[in-house]
Design a protein around this ligand. Structure first.
Ligand code: SF4
Ligand code: SF4
Length: 365
């Protein structure tokens, strides 16, 4: 029912083998209103709540440097002080209710997952596939944080007790497949599903359809969300660091681990990233550009593409219908009513031979 497709990957993108880290910003910037207990100059612990609307935890320890309208700036003291020392919890005694409570307390970034887990789902489906073009974060995490990933799978399996527990991998990732196959004996409850490198597999209905799973009875959790769950239920702390793919053609791409609420400008300076190029956010198909000197990393930041300015001048529509036939959700992007249901995968714009900005393309809105 839902069609997927292989994308042409014309850019020469290869990743550095080692992860890069930027965990010591001088300042972090939180968008929200300061909570009542704090004022300018107040000290803050790492992982303490600093703002309301939305609730944000500080990813560093330090002091409130400035309070602007809807933005709080915290000066890092580089001490990483916590309010109370946290030790790894004895999660072996956890129940599903304790897990739900912890996920709520630490404001797990996808509350819908908590709701779905609470309904005793038939299937827990972990998506380990990077389907967005040139993004490599999940492959990296699967290969380098396997112990944490498998441990968290085990905690969810023993507390939630689904009928089946599935982990999807890309069938071209031979190294990852070989590694996880070696651990089948220790984690026999995990069923592996190997899928083609196709787009878009990140949508729940599409992935469930590919795997013949009942969508309503399945909880879809990404690898990044699984790591956040581990941080919360094992280390009793909120997400404060994230991984993202920095994509620069010609062999310079890398996986970056950085603090939440870091200003991208500081990362550009630290890694000497190009200042005269266009920065695209998360999915190149969506062509969403950002101002790199005024962008804060948050938990929705998944990837940054740094590319030269491109000229793809649109031509007149030739009524070929490719935009409609290539939509996985059977939406006609040229129909003003149907486009309201657009899921922003970007495939219609990607496939249009006339280079017209259609659904998903932020320039079309
Ligand atoms: S794919 Fe492009 S050229 Fe073809 S019908 Fe759609 S908008 Fe027109
Ligand atoms: S961007 Fe929207 S209209 Fe275009 S293919 Fe994707 S879901 Fe369909």
């Amino acid at each position: 029912m839902y069609q997927t497709c292989r994308l042409n990957k014309d850019l020469n993108v290869t990743y550095k083998s080692n992860i890069s880290t930027y965990l010591n910003p001088n300042y972090i910037y939180l968008n929200g209103s300061l909570i009542d207990d704090l004022t300018q100059g107040s000290s803050v612990y790492k992982d303490s709540i600093v703002t309301k609307d939305p609730v944000c935890f500080s990813s560093v320890s330090g002091s409130i440097y400035a309070v602007k309208e809807k933005q709080i700036i915290i000066k890092n003291d580089f001490m990483e002080n916590y309010e109370a020392p946290k030790r790894a919890s004895k999660y072996a005694k956890y129940t599903d209710q304790i897990i739900f409570k912890l996920l709520q307390t630490y404001h797990f970034s996808n509350p819908q997952i908590i709701e779905e887990l609470a309904k005793s789902p038939h299937t827990i489906l972990i998506n380990g596939i990077d389907d967005v073009p040139y993004v490599n974060t999940r492959t990296y995490l699967l290969n380098n944080l396997s112990e944490i990933i498998l441990e968290t799978c085990e905690i969810l399996n023993t507390t939630i007790k689904p009928e089946e527990f599935i982990l999807t991998l890309k069938n071209t990732d031979a190294e990852t497949i070989a590694f996880y196959n070696d651990h089948v004996g220790s984690f026999p409850f995990i069923q592996y599903r190997y899928l083609n490198d196709e787009y878009p597999l990140g949508y729940k209905e599409i992935l469930c359809n590919k795997l013949s799973l009942e969508e309503a009875n399945t909880v879809l959790i990404t690898i990044e969300e699984l790591l956040e769950i581990n941080e919360i239920i094992k280390r009793l702390r909120p997400l404060s660091e994230i991984y993202l793919s920095i994509i620069i053609p010609s062999g310079k791409s890398f996986i970056l681990k950085t603090k939440l609420y870091t200003n991208l400008n500081d990362i550009i300076t630290e890694f000497n990233l190009p200042k005269d190029q266009i920065y695209y956010l998360n999915n190149l198909l969506l062509k969403q550009t950002i101002d790199p000197f005024n962008y804060l990393i948050d938990n929705t930041t998944k990837a940054l593409y740094i590319l030269p300015p491109q000229e793809d001048k649109p031509l007149p529509c030739i009524n070929c219908g490719i935009c409609y036939t290539s939509c996985p959700f059977q939406i006609n992007p040229l129909d003003p009513e149907e486009i309201k249901k657009c899921r922003r995968c970007g495939l219609c714009t990607y496939n249009c031979p006339a280079h017209i900005s259609l659904g998903g393309d932020s320039r079309a809105q």
